[in-house]
Design a protein around this ligand. Structure first.
Ligand SMILES: *Cc1c(COP(=O)(O)O)cnc(C)c1O
Length: 325
């Protein structure tokens, strides 16, 4: 395995650093899946975090390690990373500006504001919002907190791996969602440095998974962004990716992609069989099992990473109605 800039110590230190702010991971057996696959299958309910997704682990770990003299933090994200950073900054008493384009839906804008962050609306694209965030960094002393490509973020997400192994010491297989790869990188480092035999499987969507295409190509590549039910798994990995591309290559055993219908099935299974509301990205581990794309191990843990779905979209999915992303 290759050297990385993050080790088990960093993840353990991150765990004590963020502990006062996070809900401990809640793991339950899935009776429905265990019966269906005649195998022990557990669900990790990480959508229970305050902002509805795991991302506050990495954001909090970053905000608590800012360099002295930093004015505040900034990011370009109206999704789960933006929410997590806004919340973490408020907890730590650090100013936070989330930059976004004019195209942001009103409900997402309000969600970020309700978490106490300042919002800066610039231009008509993510790129223009990014220019403003960079200006805040270069001219006003803000620190940009990226969604995945940073050692503090990866170590924060890795705390999930420590909790998984502690609660399920004889864990065999873990299903983890994959986008930029901060989540699976942290979990894989935490688990494999203690138990290298545990299988770590990354799950994403067929419609625009940049990490999958990059691993196939052998180096970071761009893919076309397409609308998908797993919207929190969209986006690139950065052509200058230095961390997550290599960690995924060296530590993740297998990558699996799901169709939109398989993601919808997973959302429906979570709702009707587990009584849980999940966003598409949060449900893909369940989808991989249901689609027969992953064979369960002797003890399989499925991470449920987030629940921030538009409830009207959710209603349409569970009723098998036509929907638009
Ligand atoms: C961001 C996100 C992911 C993917 O995390 P990466 O670190 O980008 O791979 C998975 N699930 C949810 C709900 C997310 O918000």
């Amino acid at each position: 395995m290759s050297q990385t800039e993050i080790n088990l110590d960093d993840i353990e230190t991150a765990r004590s650093r963020i502990a006062p702010y996070i809900v401990p991971l809640h793991i339950t057996p899935s009776a429905a899946l265990s019966q269906q696959f005649d195998s022990e299958i557990l669900l990790a309910h990480e959508y229970l975090q305050t902002t509805g997704a795991f991302k506050l682990r990495g954001a909090m770990n970053s905000v608590l390690q800012l360099e002295a003299g930093t004015t505040g933090v900034t990011a370009v994200s109206t999704g789960n990373h933006g929410r997590a950073l806004a919340w973490s900054a408020r907890q730590a008493g650090v100013p936070c500006i989330i930059c976004m384009s004019e195209l942001v839906p009103q409900n997402k804008l309000e969600a970020i504001r309700a978490l106490g962050a300042e919002t800066r609306i610039v231009g008509k694209s993510q790129d223009e919002a990014e220019v403003e965030a960079r200006r805040l960094v270069s001219e006003e002393g803000y620190t940009m907190i990226p969604p995945f490509e940073h050692p503090h973020v990866i170590a924060g997400q890795g705390t999930l791996g420590l909790e998984m192994l502690e609660q399920v010491p004889d864990l065999d297989t873990v299903l983890v969602q994959l986008s930029g790869g901060g989540l699976i990188s942290g979990i894989a480092l935490a688990i494999k440095s203690q138990k290298p035999a545990v299988r770590i499987i990354g799950i994403s969507m067929e419609r625009g998974c940049a990490m999958y295409a990059s691993q196939q190509a052998g180096n970071p590549v761009e893919v076309e962004e397409l609308p998908t039910l797993a919207d929190s798994l969209g986006g690139g990995i950065g052509l200058d990716n230095r961390l997550t591309f290599g960690i995924v290559r060296d530590y993740v055993d297998k990558l699996v992609l799901l169709s939109e219908a398989e993601i919808a099935d997973a959302i429906r299974h979570a709702y009707f069989k587990e009584q849980v509301i999940l966003e598409g990205g949060g449900a893909v581990g369940i989808g991989a099992l249901l689609a027969g794309k992953v064979t369960p191990g002797s003890k399989t843990l499925v991470l449920l990473s987030g629940k921030n779905i538009d409830m009207e979209l959710h209603r349409k999915i569970i009723n098998h109605e036509e929907y638009q992303h």
